[in-house]
Write a protein that binds this ligand. Structure first.
Ligand code: FDA
Length: 299
């Protein structure tokens, strides 16, 4: 309850305080930071997917700038031989401005990624963009790009049908719970219902030979994932776990020690606020931390 109140009041929390707590969720301001964090992860046996922070871009110049920044990530992956994929927010590349413009940017990046042998994933944003993100994924595949994937959210009621519509593509799909605030008419709200749907969707993907990115820190779902891997005798090439930078790092190390393939989402850039506040809202201890900091600030 208290956490919920703090979450509602988050826009009132001064940005410098938010930044103190946001730091652990982002690699830093520059691409060099993302490279350094990735190299650390690789030393531990892990992989990364790098995201240039920025979303809901409304002007074309900015979207082109974002595309160029993501292109630099691809160059760095090749230059430093990183075990890294690229994650992009479709709206940062202009998908919310205009379909042809957005898809043009997305396919240009996919082409560059393909040339450099890098995998590129379209993150899934909020519901106004779900259909166009799936449409972009399908068009990329139809246009011959096999180095691309997207994301599905277990809280969305439509996800089962969406995944079924992709069976023939044998896709590489990240499965997460979903982070945006959606209406109860289109999204499950109950925690257990979302969990049950997650399990059902993961089984649907595995039953149909898809490659899942099991993206969660929920202990019950991690254990469910491990059980499925064991029960089905899956090889490391058939799935991966995915976690966010700064979240449940001890559990991450444990999964790596057990030999599971694991990729960490590594965001970097100046545009840290939107992403970081979403993470802070999910941290069960955040309310207490923030209140303590504000009190300290007012002393
Ligand atoms: P849940 O939120 O229940 O967390 C389980 C436990 O993990 C918590 O009890 C807590 O212990 C710990 N935890 C979780 N978040 C924490 C935090 N921020 N700080 C501290 N502890 C925390 N969503 C989306 O809509 N579109 C997308 O494209 C993506 N992409 C994506 C990539 C990857 C690699 C991951 C792991 C997640 C996403 N997400 C996402 C976010 C996802 O939808 C979801 O919001 C978060 O992963 C949190 O959900 P969990 O499954 O971890 O469960």
């Amino acid at each position: 309850m208290f956490n919920k109140m703090i979450v509602a009041a988050m826009p009132l929390v001064p940005k410098p305080i938010v930044k103190v707590f946001a730091k652990k969720y982002i690699a830093g301001n520059t691409l060099d930071d993302a490279v350094r964090v990735t190299q650390d992860l690789m030393a531990q046996g892990g992989m990364s997917t790098v995201d240039v922070l920025g979303e809901f871009v409304e002007d074309k110049e900015r979207a082109i700038h974002e595309k160029e920044e993501s292109g630099f990530v691809l160059d760095a992956v090749a230059k430093y031989h990183l075990k890294t994929s690229l994650s992009v927010k479709p709206t940062s590349l202009g998908l919310g401005i205009d379909w042809d413009f957005g898809y043009g940017n997305i396919s240009e990046l996919a082409e560059k990624a393909k040339d450099l042998g890098v995998f590129m994933r379209l993150d899934m944003e909020n519901s106004p963009y779900t259909s166009n993100t799936i449409k972009a994924y399908k068009k990329l595949r139809d246009d011959g790009f096999d180095n691309v994937g997207t994301v599905f959210q277990a809280y969305m009621k439509r996800t089962e049908d969406d995944i079924k519509s992709l069976i023939d593509y044998k896709p590489n799909l990240r499965l997460c719970k979903g982070i945006y605030v959606e209406d109860a008419s289109i999204a499950f709200k109950d925690k257990e219902k979302i969990r049950d749907n997650y399990k059902m969707l993961l089984e649907l993907m595995l039953d149909n030979g898809m490659y899942p990115g099991i993206a969660t820190h929920d202990e019950l779902l991690l254990q469910f994932g491990e059980e499925q891997i064991k029960k089905r005798g899956l090889k490391n090439e058939q799935y991966e776990f995915q976690m966010l930078l700064g979240v449940r790092e001890a559990r991450r190390s444990q999964l790596l020690k057990k030999g599971y393939p694991l990729r960490v989402y590594v965001p970097f850039g100046e545009d840290w606020y939107g992403y970081s506040t979403r993470r802070l809202k999910e941290n069960p201890q955040m309310a207490g931390h923030i209140v303590k900091s504000i009190l300290r600030l007012n002393k």
